[in-house]
Ligand binder design. Structure first.
Ligand code: ADP
Length: 405
């Protein structure tokens, strides 16, 4: 009965006497260790373990037989068995004392865990390998990230450089326009200066008169002050146009923006005997722009329009500046159209006029339109032209509306 029970167990079983010699083994134990029943029974149990453990085992076996207790499998790990042919294998042991007729036997249930250990080792190796790969990949990604960051920094630096160059170019171009404007400025200044001179002379004359009522001079002196402010405003307007500063966007009304630009060119138009008409649609939205740069674009377009209209000498001696809210195509943006009655341009020329340094004028620089286009594009807008040769041209630019403050 006892033997049948031992054979029915799923583990290898080794029964030892109190002297540590093997009394009985089941078939599974014979197969596990490679011995015949007779070869094993009566032998010291240490024969089933590698040489290096035997001495220590003898001692612990003595200790155990003095105080035998049950030791579950998970407490008895880290053991190795040795096969008859010499190879080792990892085992787990369940130890239990068996008491019979005053004898204490040791019952050891042994389980070969080499396959499990192998799997665990393989898993550990795979995990280590995975960790190594993850680490290598992380390093690689960090390297790629770093090089992307450097590349982006470099791109930003180049973009910033390009932006600065554009601003410089725009400034140089403004200065060259200003050079052409000096006669206009002198003429504009002449008016307040002449008025100041007249009113002051009048005051002097009246003060020479003994019976002058000083209070009666006040209106004339107030005119002097007003004319001096007007002169200062004219100078401020031109100086502001010459200003060299980084792009500074501000929220402005289109009316203000257009009138300031048109005022800079009004004298030029009048000097050429042309009318400069401004037509502003009611309730235009605000725009967020660098005022000076947008003025520069308008001055460029208006100057070109004045020049061609003057040379074409048509009956219509006017330049129109029309400002309106666009319909579908421009997404509700504000559009400024500068319309002339000059000679216009052919379709082929229309492809070239926006290229830098393209000019058909003997003294031309050919930079106005290309700079204007880059200014408008930097504001998120578009600059384009429309013409049929011989019947004038219209240059348009759009700017995104800035509805809410
Ligand atoms: P520039 O005025 O120095 O020539 P722009 O870039 O302002 O430089 O203009 C380039 C060219 O585009 C001009 O030389 C002219 O041929 C053409 N152009 C510009 N404005 C007009 C216009 N309103 N009508 C016809 N052609 C124009």
């Amino acid at each position: 009965m006892f033997r049948d029970l031992i054979e029915a167990l799923p583990d290898a079983l080794v029964v030892t006497g109190s002297d540590g010699n093997i009394i009985h083994v089941n078939v599974l134990a014979e197969e596990m260790f490679g011995y015949q029943h007779d070869e094993i029974v009566g032998q010291a149990v240490e024969m089933l373990m590698p040489e290096r453990f035997r001495q220590a085992h003898c001692k612990s076996r003595d200790d155990y037989s003095r105080a035998p207790t049950i030791r579950p499998m998970n407490e008895c790990t880290g053991f190795y068995g040795q096969h008859k042919e010499g190879h080792e294998f990892a085992i787990e042991i369940y130890l239990s004392p068996l008491r019979e007729r005053g004898n204490v036997w040791g019952l050891a249930a042994i389980r070969d865990i080499s396959a499990r250990k192998k799997m665990e080792d393989e898993l550990r190796c795979a995990r280590d390998e995975l960790e190594l790969r993850v680490e290598a990949r992380t390093i690689e990604l960090a390297r790629i990230n770093e090089s992307l960051r450097r590349e982006m920094d470099e791109r930003n630096r180049i973009a910033e450089q390009a932006r600065q160059l554009n601003a410089e170019l725009a400034h140089v171009s403004r200065l060259s326009i200003l050079g052409e404007m000096t006669s206009g400025m002198a003429h504009e200044l002449n008016q307040p200066l002449a008025a100041i001179s007249n009113y002051s002379q009048g005051c002097v004359r009246r003060m020479r008169n003994d019976h002058v009522d000083l209070l009666s001079l006040i209106p004339a002196l107030e005119r002097v002050t007003a004319e001096a402010s007007r002169a200062a405003e004219i100078i401020a307007r031109f100086r502001q146009f010459a200003r060299k500063e980084a792009l500074q966007k501000q929220r402005v009304t289109m009316d203000e923006l257009v009138h300031k630009a048109v005022d800079l060119e009004r004298f030029e138009a009048e000097a050429c005997g042309l009318q400069l008409h401004v037509e502003l649609q009611a309730e235009l939205p605000h725009v967020l722009v660098d005022e000076i740069q947008i003025q520069q674009v308008m001055v460029n377009l208006i100057r070109n329009a004045i020049e061609v209209t003057e040379t074409a000498a048509t009956a219509q001696q006017s330049v129109f500046v029309k400002v309106y809210r666009a319909n579908d195509g421009e997404n509700g943006n504000v559009v400024v159209a500068v319309e002339d009655s000059g000679h216009g341009f052919s379709e082929q020329l229309g492809q070239q006029i926006f290229q830098p340094f393209f000019t058909t004028k003997p003294e031309g620089l050919g930079m106005g339109l290309s700079i204007s286009r880059s200014i408008i594009e930097a504001h998120g807008g578009r600059l384009w032209a429309d013409s049929s040769e011989g019947s004038g041209a219209t240059f348009f630019f759009s700017l995104p509306a800035n509805e809410h403050e």
